[in-house]
Design a protein around this ligand. Structure first.
Ligand code: ADP
Length: 451
């Protein structure tokens, strides 16, 4: 406005000056008006051009400044653009965060359009379906994924039930869930349920095994009860049947006891490392029980006076060592030799070892020995009162105490079962750092006693 007034004044003055000079008053007025209009139009178009150039460019800098309508227009356009950029930035950021969150998901996420083109997928989905998240974008997923069941499922469009893909990516089991959203777009979720499936299979096996183990003695008991009810037995026969019934009852009791022990071990927290159990009395008790169980059939060698304490739960440790000794007695033939030892570790810690010169165990069984109900020789195990849960209990106990169960065995050479404890769980009871009152009157060193 100001410029227009100035241009008009300048044009007027120029016209007046020219009119005076040429002595033509009317022409002077017309020229003045013409000049004024030309100047106004020129200035206007210069400013319009500047604004246009700014808009034609990327409009990243400020709009051309100045006064007047064009400047105001430029300023408002710039403000509008900046506002939209800010909104777009905010939305881009939240989209990025959203995608990062989905990327961090342990499950596969894939977005497909109505024609099954991959819009986006996270790296877990890429791994599940052997895709490349960048290269395969916008490709039709049904052309890329090698599971025919998945392709059929996607094409059928019935997504009420999830799809389970067994043996996907080697041995994995995948569960695929599809949800339709927007205009027939699809969200494909893939979950690796291998562990869940394995746990479920283990649970089923476990229930089947327990039922089988309980059904056998129950059937025997039922038979005996029927015999007693229907037949007139002599006193000797009655005693024999009662004895056999007692054996079966004992078998069930042992099984239920072992099951409860396992359930307790699995359900309770790790024992704290602040309660110390003296090893010598513990080994002594286990040794006496083994001697009683062997009833003179084996040579049993017990290591005494270890002077060691182990941090943990006495009943659990006792049950672990007792299980190993009972196995040694049950599986080693008459005349065999069984040793119960303590061996200190090189960096603190140490191990309780049960060594026998019995039949030994073939290499292929070793990794599975501590599985529940796994037996190398089922009938020998049952005949000697085994439940198939002993080594499973032992493994749980030692793991709860921060250690591990190691088994070395060779057929015909005997077996060595070791409970290996870490330094944090082992101390010597005569350690001066413990103070006088906590050091029991145990002697260091070892002394062997044969039974
Ligand atoms: P069980 O109650 O059958 O003894 P365990 O879990 O204690 O169950 O042992 C699993 C299997 O390992 C046994 O059935 C047996 O075949 C084998 N086993 C365990 N200890 C010994 C051993 N000292 N010598 C030979 N075989 C053994």
């Amino acid at each position: 406005m100001v410029l227009a007034v100035l241009a008009t004044a300048l044009g007027g003055w120029l016209g007046y000056y020219l009119g005076h000079w040429l002595n033509l008053q009317h022409l002077a007025a017309a020229i003045g008006a013409g000049c004024a209009v030309m100047l106004v139009v020129m200035l206007d178009s210069i400013r319009a051009h500047r604004l246009m150039n700014w808009l034609r460019g990327d409009a990243s800098g400020p709009a051309p400044r100045g006064v007047g309508l064009w400047a105001e227009l430029g300023y408002r356009m710039e403000r509008g653009l900046r506002d939209r950029e800010r909104v777009a930035d905010r939305e881009r950021l939240s989209l990025e965060q959203f995608l990062h969150a989905i990327e961090a998901s342990p499950n596969g996420v894939m977005l497909l359009d109505a024609q099954d083109h991959i819009q986006w997928c996270n790296s877990v989905a890429a791994d599940h379906f052997s895709l490349d998240p960048n290269r395969d974008r916008l490709q039709r997923v049904t052309n890329l994924v090698r599971y025919p069941a998945f392709v059929t499922y996607l094409q059928a469009g019935q997504f009420a039930q999830p799809l389970t893909l067994s043996n996907a990516r080697g041995k994995a089991t995948l569960q695929v869930i599809v949800r339709v959203y927007g205009e027939q777009n699809r969200l494909v979720l893939s979950l690796d349920i291998t562990d869940r499936e394995r746990a479920e299979a283990m649970r089923r096996d476990f229930v089947a095994n327990v039922s089988h183990e309980i059904r056998t003695p129950l059937t025997v008991l039922a038979g005996f009860i029927e015999t007693m009810a229907s037949l007139n037995l002599t006193e000797a026969e009655r005693k024999r049947v009662l004895h056999l019934m007692q054996q079966q009852t004992h078998r069930m009791q042992t099984l239920v006891g072992d099951l409860l022990t396992l359930a307790q071990l699995e359900g309770s927290p790790r024992p704290a490392a602040d309660h110390w159990v003296a090893l010598d009395p513990l080994l002594g008790r286990v040794g006496s029980d083994a001697i009683a169980l062997s009833a003179g059939r084996h040579q049993i060698v017990l290591e005494r006076m270890t002077g060691v304490e182990i941090a943990g739960v006495e009943t659990e440790l006792l049950s672990a060592v007792a299980n190993l000794m009972s196995n040694a007695v049950r599986y080693t033939p008459e005349g065999g030799r069984i040793e119960l030892q303590w061996r200190p570790g090189a960096e603190g810690g140490g191990e309780i070892a049960v060594v026998d010169n019995g039949p030994g165990i073939a290499r292929e069984h070793l990794p599975r020995l501590s599985e529940r109900f796994y037996r190398v020789d089922g009938s020998r195990s049952r005949d000697t009162g085994g439940t198939g849960l002993g080594l499973s209990i032992v493994k749980h106990v030692v793991q709860r105490h921060g250690g591990e169960l190691r088994i070395d065995s060779e057929v015909g050479q005997g077996s060595r079962f070791r409970l290996v404890f870490p330094a944090a769980r082992v101390r010597r009871s005569d350690d001066p750092a413990l103070g006088e009152e906590s050091a029991p009157a145990l002697l260091a060193g070892s002394d062997k006693e044969a039974a």
